[in-house]
Ligand binder design. Structure first.
Ligand code: SF4
Ligand code: SF4
Ligand code: SF4
Length: 386
């Protein structure tokens, strides 16, 4: 992480989960904000969702670090503010990939952050939704072990290689768990709104947080290495048209991956529109040309189109993979494509509210090497055809 600063040490009686709840209760009780959007267990069920809570008593259902990501937090914030800011001040407690998606949606004009206090937490990962659905109790037990620092093989593949599991600094406040001594968590403000919450609960942000920072740096490096290895292996299996076709061969074109993706920002998906519906004769002509036409058609085109639209902002949150009924590693593929495109533009989605989306900025002198290589290809082609 590039920044270094001080933070507050917040005393907690039990584990991090209870400590975060204590902090929220204090802040809500002191009117530091008017309501909170927080992951919670739906009473009487095993399900987790986001709840908008104004009544402190309802916080008993809150679950700041749920075992699964059944709703991507940025989608919840977008539903709340997509039509404009409200009059009340809402704190939103989310995982780092959800905070980063929120920042991207803000830049796309689909989230209004004026009255939102964006709060993120060091993230231990999430379990695959399908595993949790099979046996929620067993999944919760496995996740408790992960929270206690036990083996993490049960978390989703995308989380095991996540190197952005902590703050990027674009949130108002970050809750640090890593490196915290037993009985404490770190509260790290990144904006006047974050500092305001600490002032409101009467706690100073002057404590040394170097323990947290060095743990985050160490884990970031380890995960980064693991991610590079995993992406090299995936590239060998999935890059290239034939391999990509093979990777998506089980796709049933349900578009679940698009529906749950926080970054799929088009209000009307082109692939769901009438533009992608053709006449009987058109289908027949295509079937004749290629010998047989698969239905539904354009499955791979849908994925490539989606990659073109949103891979620069893909935050590798894993929601698409969780939603895939045929267990295609969608998030891992999109994360790989995203990483390559983001690197080309030196862009990190969710890093900053002020950094413009690359496709909104015109730079006269970028990608000259691509232009030159195309010029070389055209010259060779012309020489060959002459
Ligand atoms: S990708 Fe996984 S580990 Fe990374 S922030 Fe999201 S849930 Fe946490
Ligand atoms: S493509 Fe998948 S991993 Fe990337 S932001 Fe969308 S849901 Fe998350
Ligand atoms: S969720 Fe899976 S099966 Fe459905 S469209 Fe996406 S990749 Fe295909």
């Amino acid at each position: 992480m590039a920044f270094s600063q001080k933070g507050a040490i917040f005393p907690v009686k039990q584990g991090a989960q209870d400590g975060i709840l204590d902090f929220i209760k204090q802040a809500l009780g002191k009117d530091c904000f008017d309501a909170i959007l927080v992951p919670a267990k739906v009473p009487g069920t095993e399900s987790f969702t986001y709840l908008l809570i104004r009544d402190e008593a309802l916080l008993k259902n809150a679950y700041p670090l749920p075992p699964v990501m059944s709703v991507q937090g940025a989608k919840a914030i977008s539903s709340l503010t997509g039509r404009g800011k409200g009059k009340k001040r809402i704190a939103a407690l989310v995982r780092p990939c959800e905070a980063r998606a929120t920042v991207e949606l803000f830049k796309l004009g689909q989230v209004n952050l004026e009255n939102i206090f964006l709060i993120s937490i060091d993230c231990p990962g999430a379990l695959p939704l399908a595993e949790w659905a099979k046996d929620p109790k067993k999944a919760e037990d496995a996740f408790s072990e992960v929270l206690k620092g036990g083996p993490s093989e049960s978390i989703r593949p995308i989380c095991q290689i996540c190197d952005k599991f902590s703050t990027t600094g674009a949130e108002d406040l970050h809750i640090g768990i890593l490196g915290a001594k037993a009985g404490s968590i770190f509260l790290i403000p990144h904006s006047p709104k974050g500092e305001g919450i600490l002032d409101c609960i009467g706690i100073s942000a002057e404590a040394d947080i170097s323990e947290w920072k060095s743990m985050v740096d160490k884990l970031t490096e380890m995960r980064g290495e693991k991610k590079r290895q995993a992406q090299t292996e995936l590239a060998a299996k999935a890059v290239g048209l034939d391999k990509l076709l093979d990777t998506f061969s089980k796709c049933i074109n349900c578009h679940n991956c698009m529906r749950v993706c926080p970054i799929c920002y088009c209000r009307q998906c082109f692939f769901d529109s009438d533009s992608m519906k053709f006449d009987f004769e058109d289908y027949l002509k295509r079937a004749e040309m290629i010998g047989g036409l698969r239905f539904p058609p354009e499955t791979l085109l849908f994925h490539v189109g989606r990659m073109l639209h949103m891979s620069l902002s893909c935050v590798s949150c894993g929601a698409c993979e969780d939603a895939c009924p045929t267990s295609i590693p969608v998030a891992q593929v999109f994360s790989l494509v995203g990483a390559r495109n983001q690197e080309a533009f030196e862009y990190v989605p969710g890093r900053s509210l002020d950094e413009p989306l690359p496709l909104r900025v015109y730079e006269e002198e970028e990608f000259e090497e691509v232009e030159q290589s195309y010029a070389g290809v055209s010259a060779k082609r012309e020489a060959r055809d002459a």
